[in-house]
Ligand binder design. Structure first.
Ligand SMILES: Cc1cc2nc3c(=O)[nH]c(=O)nc-3n(C[C@H](O)[C@H](O)[C@H](O)COP(=O)(O)OP(=O)(O)OC[C@H]3O[C@@H](n4cnc5c(N)ncnc54)[C@H](O)[C@@H]3O)c2cc1C
Length: 482
């Protein structure tokens, strides 16, 4: 009797944020299982429509998938780009084939993907489908205590890197049900953004070790120089073009070098923040410390619109917002400064601008994003309150105004002594440079000094309160690594 498809046992490799062919436990598994295998990435309409998703993320994912597909095709295997909700996909495919194992990596995502995974797990359990979810970058699901966390993280970083032999993967074709749509990305490659994929990730990592790391520590906060001297690995880590383990081992022999050491310590911070988010996922919606819940209650849409468009009248802020919009990247200090400006100088609640930034950061990673935005808005009660003075930062980190001139073209002809504070030009000077403040470029939408003092007072009033201190103690107990 011929075998019906329903009797054929298959495995499914469900790529999520592990978009690589090297050091991938899912691929290693199917090279050993011998089962016919379906390789998929699911572009879910609900995720695409969510307020933190942007076409730039989809493009990066799509480019990464094309890179994987190229490699799979060399071995007569294929990757399918699915376009429907994950649950629907698994329901339909399980009507057609007997699914034995689904392989993926644990996703430290937002509430939407977390809830999705819970419903998928329930479905798999109802059909006796074995879902093997591998650990992501040393993050431990359901962790009760941070005791020995660093030790365990290091053990994971030092463990063996997998190199799968694709020849061993069963090549029998597994067909997608005809009711399932495939995803086609219409947006094209954009040279202003880092391109996605394992191949590019390795170009970035190699060039960083070869030469770009020189000056890493010196240039890390400078808006122009950091674009070269920083590793620029963040989107490749976010989408798993590289695993943290691969990066750790690639650089470990050079860890005597101070710049490399500084870089590697940040790789660990990354995982620390991800762990923190996995332990307390409600920080996507709520202040980590509820003592700060009602301090910023006046939402000013208009002020935030000017901030978003880079029309605040503060050149370094405007340059950052426009640069981020057009390239998807800013270094750490500039990210912290634009958040500080919105949260302190404009006194706006982070919940009203976090999605905008999530969309704009090409490397958007909820675990780092929400922790950082809350820290920079000073609503955790455990971190030092830092209000970045944009003019001081501009003078120190972009002294020649190179970065400002590149992104705020209205200020291109302004002499360097006024580029950081064009509102200080006299009428005669404005005429000399054929420039009129308020017409060619806006006056500042807020007084930096006054708003800073007011914000500090308000924040410290809460920080000193017994409510904030008690909650802060519990936060430290929960999240500090031992
Ligand atoms: C408000 C705000 C939001 C942020 N959102 C994100 C985000 O969504 N995704 C993201 O990857 N980073 C985020 N960061 C952290 C940091 O700004 C970026 O990781 C860094 O700028 C990326 O550039 P790079 O790869 O050249 O970093 P490098 O300096 O070369 O650092 C190497 C790697 O270490 C990690 N890293 C560096 N700095 C930090 C940090 N402070 N905290 C945690 N991990 C770090 C990143 O994975 C980075 O790729 C955010 C920072 C702030 C202030």
């Amino acid at each position: 009797m011929p075998l019906s498809k329903k009797n054929i046992e298959i495995d499914i490799v469900w790529f999520k944020k592990d978009l690589r062919t090297l050091d991938n436990k899912s691929l290693e598994f199917v090279s050993n299982s011998g089962n016919p295998t379906l390789f998929i990435y699911i572009f879910e309409p609900s995720v695409i429509d969510s307020p933190d998703c942007d076409p730039r993320h989809l493009r990066f994912i799509f480019e990464s998938l094309l890179d994987i597909q190229k490699k799979l095709r060399k071995f007569s295997l294929d990757l399918n780009f699915i376009n429907c909700e994950a649950l629907k996909f698994f329901q339909e495919i399980s009507n057609k084939y007997k699914i034995k194992n689904v392989l993926s990596y644990e996703e430290i995502g937002n509430n939407l993907t977390y809830k999705r995974d819970k419903s998928i797990l329930k479905f798999f359990q109802s059909r006796s489908i074995n879902w093997i979810q591998n650990k992501t970058n040393g993050i431990i699901r359901g962790l009760r205590s941070r005791k020995n966390w660093k030790k365990k993280w290091l053990e994971e970083m030092k463990s063996e890197i997998l190199i799968t032999d694709f020849e061993f993967i069963n090549k029998q074709k597994v067909n997608i049900p005809s009711s399932i749509k495939s995803f086609n990305f219409i947006d094209t490659f954009d040279k202003n953004f880092q391109p996605g994929g394992e191949t590019y990730a390795w170009m970035y990592i190699r060039s960083f070790l070869k030469s770009r790391h020189v000056g890493y520590s010196k240039n890390i906060s400078r808006p122009s120089e950091s674009r070269i001297s920083c590793s620029r690995l963040s989107p490749y880590i976010t989408y798993g073009n590289l695993s943290s383990k691969q990066i750790y081992q690639f650089f470990s022999r050079s860890s005597k070098n101070r710049d490399i050491r500084n870089f590697l310590s940040r790789l660990q911070w990354r995982c620390h923040f991800m762990q923190k988010f996995d332990d307390q996922p409600d920080m996507e919606f709520n202040n980590i410390n509820s003592a700060y819940d009602s301090i910023r209650n006046k939402y000013d849409k208009n002020l935030l619109l000017k901030w978003r468009k880079g029309e605040t009248g503060i050149p370094i802020i405007d340059a950052c917002m426009r640069c981020l919009d057009q390239t998807g990247y800013l270094n750490f200090r500039m990210r912290a400064m634009i958040v500080s400006f919105a949260a302190f100088n404009l006194w706006q609640d982070w919940k009203n601008f976090s999605h905008h930034l999530a969309k704009k950061f090409l490397d958007y990673e909820p675990g780092i994003h929400y922790s950082q935005i809350q820290m920079q808005s000073a609503v955790t009660g455990i971190n030092t309150v830092r209000i970045y003075n944009p003019v001081k930062n501009s003078l120190e980190l972009d002294p020649s105004g190179e970065f400002i001139k590149k992104w705020v073209l209205e200020l291109k002809s302004i002499p360097v002594e006024y580029i950081h504070e064009p509102w200080k030009m006299t009428k005669i000077e404005q005429e000399m440079y054929n420039f009129s403040i308020g017409d060619n470029y806006p006056l500042p939408i807020v007084d930096i000094e006054i708003s800073r003092k007011e914000a500090l007072e308000k924040i410290w009033r809460i920080k000193k309160s017994s409510k904030s201190k008690t909650i802060a103690k519990n936060i430290l107990k929960k999240h500090v690594n031992k």
